[in-house]
Design a protein around this ligand. Structure first.
Ligand code: GLP
Length: 241
């Protein structure tokens, strides 16, 4: 793992945006794995402004999002499809047909998950996977105790994650209890990973990810087994290292 510690969250996020832009510039047909959450809002804002500044073309890029809530309509204001459209897809010249986000509702989550995993395979696999980290060490929505070999599937969200994400919904009751998430095994198959963590609320999870044993208790620790991971932190998130 390459661990980069920046003075501020701003610098960590700018670096992440630069890495994404460089990937798209150098390989216009890249397959990117994308993440959501508060941290990524700033990363995408920076990426959009860099895209404009350097006239970067996204028309041949393919994206796969890590996860989506299950049990809400795709156009719910808090869905990850809505998030991605708002923060990134509507701001760049990406072909909407090349933007994959797991389904948000339906009768057969197992089938939806298998289809998503097959679509990733058919694309040739993820070249660069962007990740955030949950306060409990989750990546995507792979909550603690997730199998380190898991593929895309339905997961029950923990109370800790539902509480952390409550801010995106009007009431706690509206926060979904389930999500479809790409698996840890799927993430480990990507050619390269970038993980961004900022703020003191992530410090314990960051320590377990980098210095703890590889364990399903901290899903992000599985990244220790990946051969090309860059961790981008601010000083607050790095304070327990
Ligand atoms: C959600 C997403 C994760 C993300 C995490 C951290 O739970 N499913 O992919 O890493 O939030 O988000 P934030 O940046 O808001 O702390």
């Amino acid at each position: 793992m390459k661990v980069l510690i920046f003075k501020t969250a701003e610098e960590a996020k700018t670096h992440a945006a630069r890495c994404l832009l460089k990937q798209v510039k150098q390989r216009p047909k890249s397959v990117l794995g994308l993440a959501t959450g508060g941290t990524m809002e700033d990363v995408y804002a920076k990426l959009v402004s860099m895209t404009r500044k350097f006239s970067t073309k996204w028309s041949e890029v393919t994206t796969f999002n890590l996860d989506e809530y299950w049990g809400i309509p795709e156009d719910n204001p808090a869905s990850y499809r809505t998030y991605m459209t708002h923060h990134l897809f509507s701001q760049i010249d990406i072909n909407p047909e090349r933007t994959y986000v797991p389904m948000s509702q339906g009768t057969d989550p197992g089938q939806a998950a298998a289809q998503f995993e097959a679509q990733i395979l058919a694309s040739g696999g993820i070249d660069l996977q962007l990740l955030g980290i949950g306060e409990n060490g989750h990546i995507g929505f792979n909550e603690p105790t997730s199998s380190l070999a898991s593929e895309t599937r339905l997961k029950t969200l923990t109370e800790s994650t539902r509480n952390a994400n409550h801010r995106f919904f009007k009431t706690m009751d509206e926060v979904p209890r389930y999500a479809l998430t790409v698996g840890i095994g799927t993430i480990l198959k990507s050619a390269e990973c970038l993980i961004v963590g900022t703020g003191s609320s992530k410090a314990a999870a960051v320590r377990s990810m980098i210095e703890g044993p590889v364990s399903a208790a901290c899903p992000a620790s599985a990244l220790q087994m990946h051969k090309k991971v860059t961790v981008m932190l601010d000083e607050d998130a790095a304070q327990e290292l």
